[in-house]
Design a protein around this ligand. Structure first.
Ligand code: AMP
Length: 185
């Protein structure tokens, strides 16, 4: 199964992603985790990315697209993956489609996790990551609405979008997600 997780920061994608990949045997690819690892390792890309991450902005498309397409070409991605935090712009989505089409392995399903804005602030404020400071949170939510939310329309048009209510307990949300993903096993 090849799937993408879309949702604003604080929607609970990371938590649910861990359970999904365990249940369905998928490779979990979080671009946020990949960029934080690159930053901590002080690679050139990581240091460049940090300038954007610390401001709550998206890193440039050309940086992230290269990282992801390279990763997806590796052996352990061939039996299925869950992309978490990518794509985040229409350009990224189009490039991903193009690259997956070339290898004859298109996406099966895109999950959109929907959570009301007020709840996102509460959840993010209690998390304590460096980019979870109030002013950076605001920037990240603005970036989501402006740059990432258009993907909902894009994948609706492709006919592969499924929207999931991201409120309630972790178990409730996972129940809703697995009711959808079971059809793609
Ligand atoms: P996340 O952990 O997914 O919230 O990502 C943390 C930060 O990494 C974001 O605020 C962006 O600065 C950067 N980032 C992660 N994924 C992407 C992406 N697909 N495109 C651009 N920037 C990204």
């Amino acid at each position: 199964m090849r799937t993408v997780f879309v949702g604003p920061p604080g929607a609970g994608k990371g938590t649910q992603a861990e359970r999904i990949v365990k249940q369905y045997g998928l490779l979990h690819l979080s671009t946020g985790d990949m960029l934080r690892a690159a930053r901590d390792a002080k690679t050139a890309i990581g240091l460049k990315a940090e300038e954007y991450m610390s401001a709550g902005q998206l890193v440039p498309d050309e940086v992230i697209i290269g990282i992801v397409t390279e990763r997806l070409s590796q052996e352990d991605a061939q039996s299925g993956f869950l992309l978490d935090g990518f794509p985040r712009t229409l350009v990224q989505a189009e490039e991903l489609d193009k690259s997956l089409k070339e290898s004859g392995t298109p996406l099966d399903v895109v999950l959109e996790l929907r959570v009301p804005e007020e709840e996102l602030y509460t959840r993010l404020a209690s998390r304590g990551r460096a980019d979870d400071k109030p002013e950076v949170i605001r920037e990240r939510l603005v970036a989501y609405r402006r740059q990432t939310e258009p993907l909902v329309g894009y994948y609706t048009e492709s006919g592969i979008l499924k929207t999931v209510d991201g409120t309630g307990s972790i178990d409730d949300i996972f129940g809703r997600i697995s009711a959808i993903l079971d059809a793609y096993k």
